[in-house]
Design a protein around this ligand. Structure first.
Ligand code: SF4
Length: 209
């Protein structure tokens, strides 16, 4: 059952870095028009992180819905930062009631409420944080950023996901040679174990968000 927010529910505040309309550039839904809601805050600090999540503006649920509604697009992607740190039920119930398809991109360290989200993409960061447990162990898409790690570390995780993606780490702070080598190693890793599919961050090549 979809619950609409009450008047007071629309006053709930979320930390929002940006809301923008673009094309999903990576993973299973690559190429699909989507509205991105980027939340502030993350519980990790990956050294190669390319998103700003420490500065945000508070937006009420009502303002957030108004902003999303401006775009002629019925797909919403919740991202961050770490979107699972937010109170997702009021937001997701509102978006569902309005007919949106909701995806989330999470690092998996916080379990998600069940039945709220249409597409769960977990992108674990255990190559950087091997001691942080992955608590969201089921979903639609597992998207691993490849930095040469031993892929057997995902043997106990990948059964919970239908689609498995391996994505090279594109680190703008590193040299062209470093990135080129990482791309090639990712290419070789997919060839070595074809349960994985290659994901590229095509939005970066197009110089769009
Ligand atoms: S989990 Fe994602 S958003 Fe958080 S620091 Fe790592 S790459 Fe950045």
């Amino acid at each position: 059952m979809v619950l609409l927010p009450t008047e007071s529910g629309l006053e709930q505040v979320y930390p929002i870095v940006e809301i923008f309309h673009s094309i999903q550039g990576e993973g299973y839904h690559c190429g699909e028009s989507s509205v991105f809601i980027r939340f502030g805050r993350c519980n990790l600090r990956c050294p190669w992180c390319d998103t700003e999540f420490d500065e945000w503006e508070d937006m009420t649920l009502g303002q957030l819905i108004d902003e999303v509604s401006r775009y002629d697009c019925d797909r919403v992607i919740l991202t961050g930062g770490e979107p699972a740190m937010q109170d997702l039920p009021p937001l997701c119930n509102s978006l569902k009631a309005m007919g949106y398809h909701i995806s989330i991109e999470t690092n998996g360290t916080i379990a998600l409420p069940s039945g709220l989200i249409d597409w769960i993409c977990v992108s674990p960061k255990d190559q950087e944080y091997p001691d942080v447990a992955i608590r969201q162990r089921e979903g639609d898409e597992l998207k691993v950023v490849f930095l040469g790690q031993d892929m057997s570390m995902y043997d106990n995780l990948k059964d919970g996901f239908e689609h498995l993606f391996l994505q090279p780490c594109y680190d703008e702070s590193k040299s062209v040679e470093w990135n080129g080598l990482n791309f090639h190693q990712t290419y070789e890793a997919v060839k070595a174990d074809p349960v994985w599919r290659l994901s590229l961050q095509t939005h970066k090549w197009m110089c769009v968000e």
